[in-house]
Write a protein that binds this ligand. Structure first.
Ligand SMILES: Nc1ncnc2c1ncn2[C@@H]1O[C@H](COP(=O)(O)OP(=O)(O)O)[C@@H](O)[C@H]1O
Ligand SMILES: [Mg+2]
Length: 425
């Protein structure tokens, strides 16, 4: 079996998509086995054409009547995989189609992820097909969305009147979420999940605000209390911007895609590889700024024990002015309480691998284009803020018992090599 259709792109500043080329997906049962893509001639000559995939489909590709391309990592092009739902989005689509988990072909998930998917791609069976309908609900509907999400988590049917969750419920990630309109912009709403050990939405939101205080680039966030007392975290989308009645999109890909890697290669990948890719695919004049930001994020992850820092939790957005890929704003950063004295991040930090210490990170300074002293200054800036996390959490009304539940995640800088960093300052 194979699916053949058109890959559309919403070009920078435009609210309508244009066809970029023809995509073929070979499938055996629910599994994709191979893909091919050829750019349309008309697309490639557009002055504001966006590369579909930085690694496998740069704009230097030949048009489709001269060449078709295959993904760096079969079966899917990284950018196509990023535009398809993963764990949570799949459950939402299955609930709508009333089919068992992971039972339908990849192309079904790809087509059903709808117009609000991550990034600026869309998939349509024909050249003349228009965008799938689907208005996002306002945050006043969060209570209903949460109820629908509860049902999806339990695998029980969702009644028709709760269906708005399906309009925008197909972003990536595993946790329950939906998309909503807030202050006229698109926000990702992240719900509590069954079996959470602490109030994740409240803590995640506070942690993102802590990152902002530490000088990191964080989208606007908010917290909404539902009538039943549960809290929902909101984070503004960095790949959408309101324009007139619609939204313009920025094409975005995961770091997994920028590195041309497959899911199973994420563990053991190195931050240094992300830095090298920023050098290769980034925007002239902005490479060091993005490396500094990445370096600060690693320091933050070490200090708050965010060890879920896998390659899908870092993203890049296409920068039209600079014709390159910029590090996206920060998202999905959650402290993970634990008892271990020796801790590890998901990605490798420095010469001592994944070991989550500040001296390990300091030693890697050269991989990020940093002088040792400048690297130490970034670490010091972040550590001086995370050290005072309780003050901000209190300011944000995080209840004390929630602070206590996550306290073990926040590491006293001195216990993880801050003395070595201070010597350089
Ligand atoms: N602020 C945002 N703007 C645009 N896309 C986002 C934003 N936050 C998350 N995403 C996308 O949604 C996916 C899931 O969000 P994430 O916060 O990582 O959820 P989870 O906790 O389920 O992993 C991310 O992998 C990323 O692709
Ligand atoms: Mg995530």
């Amino acid at each position: 079996m194979s699916w053949e259709g058109y890959l559309f792109v919403y070009l920078p500043g435009e609210v309508e998509a244009v066809p970029a080329g023809r995509l073929v997906l070979d499938e055996a049962g629910p599994d994709a086995t191979a893909s091919r893509f050829g750019y349309g001639r008309r697309y490639l000559v557009r002055p504001n054409a966006v590369p579909v995939d930085p690694v496998s489909l740069p704009l230097s590709c030949l048009p489709g009547d001269e060449a078709t391309y295959e993904p760096a990592h079969p079966p899917l092009f990284g950018a196509v995989r990023d535009a398809a739902p993963d764990f949570w989005g799949r459950r939402v689509i299955e609930a709508r189609l009333r089919v068992p988990p992971d039972s339908v072909p990849e192309s079904v998930y790809l087509l059903h992820a709808g117009p609000h998917r991550f990034g600026a791609l869309d998939f349509r069976p024909g050249m003349d097909n228009v965008e799938a309908a689907g208005l996002l609900p306002p945050i006043t509907q969060l209570g209903y969305l949460m109820e629908a999400a509860d049902r999806v988590q339990q695998g029980i049917p969702v009644p028709a009147q709760l269906e708005p969750v399906f309009t925008g419920g197909t972003m990536g990630g595993a946790r329950p979420k939906a998309l909503v309109i807030h202050h006229g912009e698109q926000y990702l709403a992240k719900f509590p999940a069954r079996n959470d050990g602490f109030d994740v939405p409240v803590v995640e939101r506070a942690c993102l605000e802590l990152a902002r205080r530490a000088g990191l680039d964080v989208p606007p966030t908010d917290l909404v209390k539902l009538a039943d007392g549960r809290a929902v975290m909101l984070i503004e989308r960095f790949d959408r911007k309101a324009k007139g009645e619609g939204f313009v999109r920025r094409h975005a890909v995961s770091a997994l895609t920028l590195l041309g890697k497959d899911e199973y290669e994420s563990m053991g990948a190195r931050y240094e590889e992300i830095s090298a890719r920023i050098g290769r695919f980034g925007v002239d004049g902005q490479v060091q700024a993005d490396r500094n930001e990445l370096y600060g994020r690693i320091a933050f992850n070490v200090l708050v024990s965010n060890d879920d820092d896998h390659l899908r939790n870092h993203a890049f957005v296409w920068d039209e002015a600079g014709k390159g890929w910029r590090l996206s704003k920060l998202y999905d950063v959650v402290p993970r309480p634990q008892v271990a004295a020796e801790r590890y991040l998901h990605l490798s930090v420095g010469p001592r691998g994944r070991l989550a210490t500040l001296d390990n990170l300091l030693e890697a300074h050269g991989d990020f284009g940093l002088l040792k002293r400048d690297a130490a200054a970034i670490i010091e800036r972040v550590a001086s803020v995370t050290r005072e996390w309780r003050v901000l959490f209190e300011e944000l009304s995080v209840p004390e018992h929630e602070c206590n539940k996550v306290a073990s995640a926040f590491r006293p800088p001195r216990e993880i090599g801050m003395n070595v960093v201070e010597k350089v300052l």
